[in-house]
Every structure is written in structure tokens, then in C-alpha cells.
Design a protein around this ligand. Structure first.
Ligand code: FMN
Length: 326
């Protein structure tokens, strides 16, 4: 599958497809069942875990998932058993995946992010972990619950703190929130903090109300919207970062695009906007063969046109736009 090979920093991916954090199961067993179907494994370039925090988190009250006409609303609340449990009970199984493993981490303070990263760094003796994806969409408890990701200074501090506690071989990806007017501000801050790559987008804030009861449908009242509805937002944000940030334009800082991808055409849209790789989440719930289907579609496209996938990265950018880039 050489024609689909891409590089994200020091990582060579046999395919540009990755799982999206939080959509690949919440126990080692579940992750294994979902991701080790031979077809899925053959089509994936990397596996991204659910979000891990320092201490176990029970998550938000039920109901946690609501289907809407155009996507999924979730308020899982980062339910997980903490980094110690993850390293002892789940990480060993991920070694069998024979795929680069990227661990998604979250925290409520800058110190919590760096402690999780440090724990992973110091306890991953078999070097199973290839990368850490820093989810900066979570609320900062020291700042009244405002999401870290909307404050570029905080983003830079988190990335810097995580970089300090992790070995240089570990790829650092910063996952950005779309709940902001100008995504290039936290993107630049992440790069300045030492991020090797960016991923975008996380879910968009949303809610749904049951008009019969007059009450919000989610136990947490509000949640994050994923799925087809958010794809144009994600494509735009990738396009903006690629166009306005020189390191992204040169693919020195690769972008992983995600949000609403459910066909190979969706994946190519992200790649043409400037993404080097793409993640798929919500669509995997609907179609267990999604990765194979997207992979085959992209393969067919590049074969028919006699191009390499890397030739398509940023294809949607008219060179006349160059003056607008920085
Ligand atoms: C049920 C669920 C749980 C999620 N958990 C996480 C998480 O733990 N960390 C994270 O960074 N993103 C999390 N996300 C966001 C996804 O990784 C992804 O960014 C988002 O859903 C958009 O992609 P999609 O439309 O393909 O699902 C979660 C999404 C869903 C639907």
C-alpha cells in the first residue's frame, strides 16, 4: 500500500487513516474487538485511544449520547479509569495491534496534563506508544471552566509542559477545538509550545431539548456535536491553518483532519484542504467496515489519476492565494 503512505513527523503511516479518540471503545477488550478486525487493521495507519486522565473519572450523568438528524451529541465527560490502569491493563494489548499507537490525554490543569504525559513516558517500557495527542478542549478548573483550547497562552503552556516530560521520540499532536473564532491562534501557540503536528477538529458545542418534557436530552445538558454536520467546519479550519501558517503549508507541521468523515470523498476533501492524515470517529459507529471502504476509495482515486496521495495534500489551495497565506 505504498501509494497511501504518509509521514506525520517521525511516524511512517502505511495509510492516512486513523481512529478518532473516544470512538474506539472504552475497555481494552472493546478496543481490541473494534480495531483488530483484519480489514480495519489493514486499512489503518495509526490507532488513537480514548482520552486518558491522571485519575479515574466517572464521566457525566446519563444520558450521554443523543442522535440528531445530522450528527451525534455526546457528553461522555472523559470517563476512564486513569493513566495507571491504562498502562497496566490496556496498553499491553495495544502492542498486538502492530500499528503506531497514539494516546489521547486530557486534564483540568496544566500540571495534570504534564503528569499524565510523564506517567506514560516513564511506564511504557516496551515503547508501545508512538505519540501523544493532547486534547486541549477540556475546561481549565483554575480558570472557571473556560476551555484551555480557546486560550492560546494556555495551549502553549500545556504543550511546553508535556514536551518537557516526554522523550523526543514521542510524537506530540495537539488536538484543537473548533469552538473558537480563529483556529490559527491556538494552532500557532501549539507549534510554539513544541507540538510536532496538529489535529482538528474536536466536537462543536451543542445541545438538544425534548419538547415534550421541556428538558435537555443530555444528562449534562450540553455536549459535543460530531458527525456529518461538522465536516464543512473541519475542512475550513484545516484550510485556514494550511493557508495561514507557514509550517503547515510546508507540511513541516502536518495536520490530521477529522470531523464528519464518512466516505473516501470526505477524507480527500480534508486532504485537499491541507491534511496529511485523517481521523474517523462517528461514522465508525454506523459502519464497521468504514476504514476499508475509505481506504479502497482513496486507493482507486490515486490509481486512476496516477498520483501519489502526498501530491493531493493542499491541492485545493490556489497558488494565487499565496499572498494571503501569512
Ligand atoms: C463518543 C465520543 C467520545 C469522544 N471522546 C474524545 C476524547 O476522549 N478525546 C478527544 O480528544 N476527542 C474525543 N471525541 C472527539 C472525536 O475524537 C472527534 O474529534 C470528533 O468526534 C469529530 O470526528 P467525527 O465526526 O468523525 O466523530 C469523542 C467523540 C465522540 C463521538
Amino acid at each position: 500500500m505504498k501509494e497511501l503512505e504518509v509521514h506525520i513527523g517521525n511516524l511512517r503511516l502505511k495509510s492516512p487513516l486513523m481512529t478518532a479518540s473516544g470512538t474506539s471503545g472504552h475497555s481494552g477488550e472493546e478496543m481490541e474487538r473494534l480495531a483488530t478486525s483484519p480489514q480495519t487493521k489493514a486499512s489503518l495507519g495509526a490507532f488513537v485511544t480514548k482520552g486518558i486522565t491522571l485519575q479515574p473519572r466517572p464521566g457525566h450523568p446519563e444520558v450521554r449520547i443523543v442522535e440528531t438528524r445530522t450528527g451525534l451529541l455526546n457528553s461522555i465527560g472523559l470517563q476512564n479509569k486513569g493513566v495507571k490502569f491504562f498502562v497496566e491493563q490496556e496498553l499491553p494489548g495495544l502492542l498486538n495491534f502492530a500499528l503506531p499507537i497514539i494516546v489521547n490525554i486530557s486534564g483540568s490543569t496544566v500540571d495534570e496534563f504534564s503528569e499524565v504525559a510523564s506517567y506514560l513516558n516513564n511506564h511504557d517500557l516496551s515503547e508501545t506508544i508512538s505519540g501523544i495527542e493532547i486534547n486541549v478542549s477540556c475546561p481549565n478548573i483554575k480558570r472557571g471552566g473556560v476551555a484551555f483550547g480557546t486560550d492560546p497562552k494556555q495551549v502553549q503552556r500545556i504543550v511546553k509542559a508535556v514536551r518537557k516530560r516526554t522523550a523526543p521520540r514521542i510524537l506530540l499532536i495537539t488536538k484543537l477545538t473548533p469552538n473558537i473564532a480563529d483556529i490559527t491562534l491556538p494552532a500557532r501557540a501549539a507549534i510554539e509550545g513544541g507540538s510536532d503536528a496538529l489535529s482538528m477538529i474536536n466536537t462543536l458545542r451543542g445541545m438538544a431539548i425534548n419538547v415534550d418534557t421541556g428538558k435537555p436530552l443530555l444528562g449534562n445538558k450540553t455536549g459535543g456535536l460530531s458527525g456529518p454536520a461538522i465536516k464543512p467546519v473541519g475542512v475550513f479550519m484545516v484550510y485556514e491553518c494550511f493557508r495561514k501558517i507557514e509550517q503547515c503549508y510546508k507540511t513541516e507541521i502536518p495536520i490530521i483532519g477529522l470531523g464528519g468523515i464518512s466516505t473516501w470523498r470526505d477524507a480527500l476533501e480534508y486532504i485537499m484542504a491541507g491534511a496529511t492524515a485523517v481521523g474517523v470517529g462517528t461514522a465508525w459507529f454506523v459502519n464497521p467496515n468504514i476504514f476499508k471502504s475509505i481506504c479502497n476509495g482513496i486507493k482507486g482515486y490515486v490509481k486512476k489519476r496516477g498520483v501519489k496521495l502526498s501530491d493531493l495534500i493542499g491541492r485545493a489551495h490556489d497558488t494565487k492565494d499565496d499572498t494571503m497565506r501569512c
